[in-house]
Design a protein around this ligand. Sequence first.
Ligand SMILES: Cc1cc2nc3c(=O)[nH]c(=O)nc-3n(C[C@H](O)[C@H](O)[C@H](O)COP(=O)(O)OP(=O)(O)OC[C@H]3O[C@@H](n4cnc5c(N)ncnc54)[C@H](O)[C@@H]3O)c2cc1C
Length: 283
Amino acid sequence: MRPDPFTYHQPKSLAEASSLVAELGDGAAFYAGGTELLLLMKMQLAEYRHLVNLKNIDGLKTIGVEHDRLVIGALATHYDIAFSTAVLKHCPSLSRLCSEIANIRVRVAGTIGGNLCFAEPRADPPVLLVALDAGLRLISAHASRVIPASEFFLGPFETARKPDEILTTIEIPLGTGFASVERMKQGNYSLATAAISRSDCHQTWIGYGGGPPKQLDGTGALLDRDNGRTSDEALYAAVAEDIADLEIPSDIEAGESYRRHLIAVAVKRALVSLHETEATGVH
Ligand SMILES: Cc1cc2nc3c(=O)[nH]c(=O)nc-3n(C[C@H](O)[C@H](O)[C@H](O)COP(=O)(O)OP(=O)(O)OC[C@H]3O[C@@H](n4cnc5c(N)ncnc54)[C@H](O)[C@@H]3O)c2cc1C
């Protein structure tokens, strides 16, 4: 299928891009890699008369360390992140995750910013970024703010971003401990994703395809008490209790009880990965 005709705008600055979307209203969308946007438009699931390309704006792809943060430009592709020496050094879990997402065609075109702003509930990076306490910088023509990743995702395909705000950078605090992420993949996407970070305490987050990333407080507290050496039985029980009231999807890809099981397996695997990471001393 073909998308309906649209006008393609090529702003050179953030202010110009943001003002364009503010003026054009609902019929306009920012365009990054287009891997989600064009698919939706081709399938007639979204109709945009104006696409505002962000790729000609300087500096949005830069990856580097600034003060105590690893700063990743929102227009960096999964491929850029997977092969960035700065990400490999300071955040290897993100490096590995981005090297495994989707397929090579999507990885070279799809951006981290597009992934986060689209807020597909099966996406993997949101789960790791909340566990890493990342901040997301949003800039419009008139304002700039940084919002914790944990407050950005509101629901499936819904975020705290205002329509004219551009996600410009993802900012990950450095030296705060170890982190791991594991995904239970089926087809293109994950049925369950789990990320665990450990600095002063264990933070355990999951993605389950039904809503924004969810923190498993009871599981995190158990890992703290056991210093991460929890038995499989106790871990599975804690996860089951943490997700007991969560509305887990059930569809042609997998039923609810199987997904509940996969969430626990993803958490267990993330814990094993975390131990391996801690043993090698690589953050
Ligand atoms: C076959 C396939 C397999 C996939 N598998 C996985 C997977 O395993 N795990 C996973 O996590 N993801 C997966 N994805 C999703 C993929 O990661 C995203 O498609 C990609 O990252 C989106 O980025 P993009 O630059 O193409 O976004 P676009 O399609 O350009 O934009 C997506 C949305 O975000 C908005 N937007 C984009 N950038 C910005 C910005 N900087 N500021 C404000 N708004 C913005 C756009 O307006 C649009 O609404 C898969 C996708 C495909 C097609």
